[in-house]
Write a protein that binds this ligand. Structure first.
Ligand code: ATP
Ligand code: MG
Length: 425
């Protein structure tokens, strides 16, 4: 007897009873992306490790401790993508996509991070990401937020709130960074190990810490808003004005800094309290310097990534959606009829009714046992081919849920026309 092998920690399977949630979610989101004129891209799961080091930043959770990194047979260090922005920037540069044109792009794919698995935090998880290149104004940031808000609406999510902040351009950040370092130096006794390690390399990230012992110290830290230039304040104000005009509510959170090094100006998170600790379902912001840092010509950019797993959890935990039975029709037949004849009939029905969901009973069995399976499949109708129907080339259609309909005998043409209109009803 062989031994069962289980899946890796932090990874999951999507079983048939759950896959419909994923499909409906992805369908809703991608339809809205299309409505707003965004185009899909796909890129490899594996990239050179150096891409993530240079694009995400050395002093980040992702690069320091979360990447799945290994050497190829030739000794080159490669990593499973932990996020999509680095690959998108590489891709638009390598393919000359932003040479003269702006681009509005999206992807939906699995990411890999070696994290401590818990609810809403997996080692393989899916993100829908949007990345926009070539627009420097706050209008496109506003569009991203209006678009995501429309997604929540259509998904039926209620308790989500939008938190906004601005980090200003690099120059303002540099001044703020110095002030922040002196503040943290003064409170050295409260800093944990991680904060001490980040003090000089990525002090803003300390503001993001979830350590309760540092909470009150962080609450009193100086705020970036007091160090922003007029033009950077105007950028943020421009964003808020569009959101106000369109009636999209938000909260300004001065402590929101996002984990990654490359953000500038507007940053945001969509948060829900319905998921426990891992409540951020979508996060992003502007990253005007990244393209240049990756060897391209200076190009403004902005985007976000949403956690698809967390959305699926939200929908499933709260029973927001009800499954719709996939099988519409189940075909049962007398066990005396040769299998190849049955298949021929089934194929002609399928050919005549595109889009029909039909299951044909497999193997020969009594009508009783076939009807049990038909009921279990959730089908609305059973097509019955008994000896009599087979000889007369007719079909009996039985409603499995609607008693009033009972059972009716039909010709092929009648069957096709009945099922076609029942499909669109
Ligand atoms: P956190 O602070 O929670 O670790 P993050 O800053 O690492 O978040 P991002 O890199 O901005 O997260 O990813 C964007 C979104 O992707 C998150 O808001 C979340 O919804 C989702 N996400 C990130 N990491 C995971 C994970 N390990 N499992 C499931 N979803 C995740
Ligand atoms: Mg993280």
């Amino acid at each position: 007897m062989g031994q069962k092998i289980n899946r890796l920690k932090g990874m999951y399977d999507v079983t048939p009873d759950q896959v419909w949630v994923w499909q409906r979610l992805e369908h809703t989101i991608t339809a809205i992306l299309k409505e707003y004129g965004y185009q899909e891209i796909r890129f490899p799961i594996l990239e050179k490790t150096t891409l993530f080091h240079s694009a995400i930043g050395e002093v980040t959770d992702v690069v320091e401790k979360e990447m799945f990194t290994f050497n190829t047979r030739k000794g080159e260090s490669v990593s499973l993508r932990p996020e999509g922005t680095a690959s998108t920037v590489r891709m638009v540069l390598q393919n000359g996509l932003i040479f003269n044109d702006p681009q509005k792009l999206w992807y939906n794919c699995p990411m890999f991070r070696y994290e401590k698995p818990q609810k809403g935090r997996n080692r393989q998880f899916s993100q829908v990401g949007v990345e926009v290149f070539g627009f420097d104004g706050p209008d496109v940031d506003a569009e991203l937020l209006l678009m995501t808000s429309k997604m929540w609406q259509q998904l039926g999510l209620k308790n989500v709130r939008l938190e906004l902040n601005t980090l200003g351009p690099a120059e303002c950040r540099a001044a703020y960074r110095d002030v922040l370092i002196s503040y943290f130096e003064k409170h050295n006794d409260v800093l944990d190990e991680e904060a001490k390690n980040r003090l000089y390399s990525n002090p803003l990230r300390i503001l993001d810490s979830k350590n309760p012992n540092m909470r009150s110290m962080i609450a009193n830290a100086p705020l970036i808003k007091d160090y922003l230039s007029e033009s950077s304040q105007a950028h943020f104000k421009g964003l808020c004005e569009i959101l106000d005009a369109c009636g999209l509510a938000y909260q300004i959170n001065h402590k929101l800094v996002r984990g990654l090094d490359y953000y500038t100006h507007n940053v945001f998170e969509w948060v829900t309290d319905d998921l426990g600790a891992q409540g951020t379902i979508c996060a992003g912001g502007r990253y005007d310097r990244l393209v240049e840092m990756q060897g391209g010509k200076s190009t403004p950019a902005t985007g976000f990534a949403m956690g698809v797993d967390r959305l699926v959890e939200l929908i499933s935990d709260h029973d927001l959606w009800q499954p719709v039975a996939q099988t519409h029709v189940y075909m049962v037949y007398d066990k005396a009829i040769p299998g190849h004849e049955v298949f021929q009939l089934a194929e002609s029905i399928r050919g005549a009714i595109p889009g029909l969901n039909m299951m044909v009973n497999m193997g020969q069995a009594s009508f009783k046992s076939q009807f049990k399976k038909a009921d279990k499949s959730g089908a609305k109708f059973a097509i019955i081919i008994g000896e009599e129907e087979f000889e007369q080339q007719t079909y009996s259609l039985k409603a499995l849920q609607d008693r009033a309909f009972g059972q009716q005998q039909m010709s092929f043409e009648e069957l096709v026309s009945f099922l076609s209109s029942a499909l669109t009803a």
